[in-house]
Design a protein around this ligand. Structure first.
Ligand SMILES: [Zn+2]
Length: 384
């Protein structure tokens, strides 16, 4: 059976617009630069330096550690060229070429191979499709600048063939969580963490999400709501934000307390869907990103698509924008529904989610995950 899907209430009782509080999720714009006061979640030191490596200029102090480690290498490098007073910019260029030179060629070749798919996506979504090629070109350019500024060796990763962001399996242990409060009780931090680690697909949280916190506030309306065509009668339950780093921060807002914890976990699954989509997943190749968006847009227009009032109500005068926002939310909705009850999905949608899960968690089994989740919930729920 379908749990208390929030939009239902609003449809059944069309009261005055002010009372008619539909519920929605939203994903704040990823271009937003995080303001330091808002980012109170502090990742582990290793994670922090990794995340900030990708941000621009601010990480001088974190960089000193890397600098020290690199001094020996640099001395050897300078010596081997017999140049003792060369400009660091030159070495930056050389180091960049050593680490990343061939990647630009690889990127160009791959772009030719995938030209048809890229063109199709541009036709569908126009400027709303941010090509993964351009993203990686930008990252390569940032690396070039970094090498030029500091003339350093850095551990190079292949940005073209793999898109694995910072961290590895231990990251799941460092995802910060708060306790959860729902209509039927409170779940403490440890129990919530157990549920994340043991009952959600590993690749959904690991290496994707920095923090999941419930706060006792309502979310102010954001620009994205206007762009996506939501009006003020929608209330935000949860959102995910990707700042300069590769990991998302999930927030749950006070209206979520009107839902049972089972549903609260469903809303979290929705946000985890966003953290693992073609834009934000840290474990997908370029082609996988493009294939996923193509597949989702196909499902979105299929007659037997998963129907949600939330997705269907997205409107925008720009049809490409509308389709793109719908695709983003459609994916998150089928992830949420997969968590709630996969049998309610059409087979194509269920397979879309399942295939994605299997890439990072081949052993994931929905049934055993559900049983584990139910028993952790039952054993830990405390009345509020
Ligand atoms: Zn969403």
């Amino acid at each position: 059976m379908v749990e208390d899907w929030p939009i239902r209430q609003a449809q059944d009782k069309p009261a005055s617009p002010k009372r008619n509080k539909n519920m929605k999720f939203e994903e704040p714009q990823s271009e937003q630069k995080p303001e330091s006061k808002e980012v109170e979640e502090v990742p582990t030191e290793q994670a922090l330096s990794e995340v900030e490596l990708k941000s621009s200029e601010k990480e001088t102090s974190e960089f000193l550690g890397t600098l020290k480690r690199s001094v020996r290498n640099l001395v050897l490098f300078y010596a081997s060229f017999g140049v003792h007073s060369a400009h660091k910019e030159t070495f930056g260029e050389i180091n960049f070429d050593l680490q990343y030179g061939s990647q630009q060629e690889q990127l160009e070749e791959l772009r030719e191979d995938l030209a048809t798919k890229e063109q199709r996506l541009q036709e569908l979504f126009g400027e709303y499709f941010q090509s993964p090629f351009e993203k990686i070109e930008e990252e390569l350019e940032m690396e070039r600048e970094r090498f030029k500024d500091r003339g350093l060796f850095a551990k190079g990763s292949n940005l073209v063939s793999e898109r694995v962001g910072p961290g590895e399996s231990e990251v799941v242990a460092s995802t910060r969580v708060s306790a959860l409060e729902g209509k039927d009780g409170v779940l403490n931090e440890q129990a919530f963490k157990d549920i994340l680690v043991k009952t959600f697909p590993q690749g959904w949280v690991r290496n994707e999400v920095l923090s999941i916190r419930q706060i006792d506030e309502e979310k102010a309306e954001s620009k994205r709501s206007e762009v996506a065509g939501f009006d003020e009668t929608w209330k935000v339950l949860a959102g995910i934000r990707h700042g300069a780093g590769h990991w998302g921060q999930i927030r749950l807002y006070s209206p979520i307390k009107e839902y049972k914890l089972f549903s609260v976990l469903g809303f979290i699954a929705h946000e985890l869907g966003h953290a693992n989509d073609w834009e934000h997943d840290n474990e997908m190749s370029i082609e996988e990103r493009m294939d996923m968006l193509l597949a989702v847009s196909e499902r979105l227009q299929a007659e037997d698509r998963f129907y949600s009032h939330y997705v269907e109500s997205i409107e925008n005068e720009n049809p490409q924008a509308e389709l793109y926002f719908k695709a983003k939310e459609y994916w998150a909705m089928i992830c949420e529904q997969y968590y709630r009850e996969p049998l309610m999905l059409s087979i194509e949608d269920a397979l879309l989610v399942e295939e994605h899960i299997k890439k990072s968690d081949p052993d994931f089994n929905f049934n055993s995950a559900r049983m584990a989740r139910d028993s952790i919930l039952a054993a830990n729920i405390e009345s509020n």
